[in-house]
Design a protein around this ligand. Structure first.
Ligand code: NAG
Ligand code: NAG
Ligand code: NAG
Ligand code: NAG
Ligand code: NAG
Length: 266
């Protein structure tokens, strides 16, 4: 890429700028085009209803919403943790979360001036394309490890924003040797079930949100972090696999146990 620019950087740069400008003007019209699917029949409906018709009449929710197949779609995720429970006998950590998730759908943008300045639309998550995020170390394979349904907003630039309620179950092997003074690090790894990093780029935005967190009588959350991991495998040297590891460092509230169990036995 960089070497290609070297011979005549200025001219190349010029060409790129003009080419991009032309692309923007000519070949990428907004998806919401007034009257797009109505064969000239003007229906007497409100602007946001008209917009919905124009956007969705030829929308394909099964396809990754990029105009260029070879470009990735970037998914931003933020995990707002509400509650967690560790079942130390089943070795499962349950996390109750609001998952803030956003991306740009290149098939769902419009010029708000065409629709009486309607610049946001509310949709049901199952009516639009959604990323196939899943927990890799799921502690409950009876669920699909994702979310079923939520409401989302889309604004005129095609930016989609959803906050599903998700209960994640993740494997966490508890070492009870230090009981009742035990601490555990539980990791939850989330990634796309089928896409490579070149197709779906996953970022963790601001990581973990604890604004709505309710503390737990049994466990104390010492620390938490989000880390992006990019892996490659021998099979596919040109493909990367991305995941986000959410890590929770937790400690048992030992006081009650210490008083009733440990002390008498001293
Ligand atoms: C679209 O929505 C996002 C997130 O909700 C916001 O940050 C952005 O400014 C919005 N853009 C417009 C043009 O309203
Ligand atoms: C959990 O995640 C942290 C941070 O990414 C990492 O250092 C640690 O090795 C992980 N632990 C396990 C058991 O995967
Ligand atoms: C994803 O696309 C962005 C913007 O085109 C690019 O900067 C980034 O390198 C891409 N990431 C991957 C993993 O392909
Ligand atoms: C806890 O926080 C420290 C400092 O912010 C960080 O270095 C460490 O990786 C965190 N541990 C976990 C398990 O998140
Ligand atoms: C990976 O990319 C290189 C350079 O583009 C190419 O020569 C090679 O054949 C690719 N390998 C595979 C397995 O696709």
């Amino acid at each position: 890429m960089h070497t290609a620019f070297r011979p005549s950087t200025n001219i190349m740069l010029y060409k790129v700028i003009i080419y991009n400008a032309l692309l923007t003007i000519y070949s990428w019209p907004a998806q919401g085009e007034p009257g797009k699917c109505r064969d000239g029949i003007t229906k007497n409906v409100a602007p946001h209803q008209l917009l919905r018709q124009d956007l969705f009449c030829s929308y394909d929710k099964e396809s990754r919403p990029v105009r260029d197949f070879h470009k990735n779609i970037t998914i931003e995720i933020r995990l707002n943790v509400l509650l967690f429970f560790l079942d130390e006998y089943k070795n499962v950590l349950d996390l109750h979360t609001w998952l803030g998730i956003s991306w740009i759908d290149e098939g769902l943008n419009w010029n708000s001036a065409d629709y009486s300045n309607v610049d946001v639309l509310h949709v049901k998550s199952y009516d639009i394309w959604q990323p196939d995020l899943s927990v890799y170390n799921s502690g409950n394979l009876e669920t699909n490890g994702g979310w079923d349904f939520t409401h989302c907003t889309i604004n005129s630039t095609g930016e989609v924003f959803c906050i599903p309620n998700v209960k994640w179950s993740t494997q966490c092997t508890a070492n009870l040797q230090q009981w009742p003074f035990d601490k555990h690090i539980c990791n939850m790894t989330i990634g796309s079930w089928t896409h490579t990093g070149e197709q779906m780029n996953i970022n963790h935005d601001e990581g973990i949100g604890l604004k709505y967190f309710t503390s737990n009588p049994e466990w104390e959350l010492l620390n938490s972090s989000a880390t992006k991991k990019v892996s490659t495998y021998d099979c596919c040297p040109n493909a990367t696999y991305q995941s986000i590891i959410f890590s929770f460092h937790i400690k048992r509230h030992a006081d009650a146990y210490a008083a009733t169990v440990v002390m008498p036995s001293l």
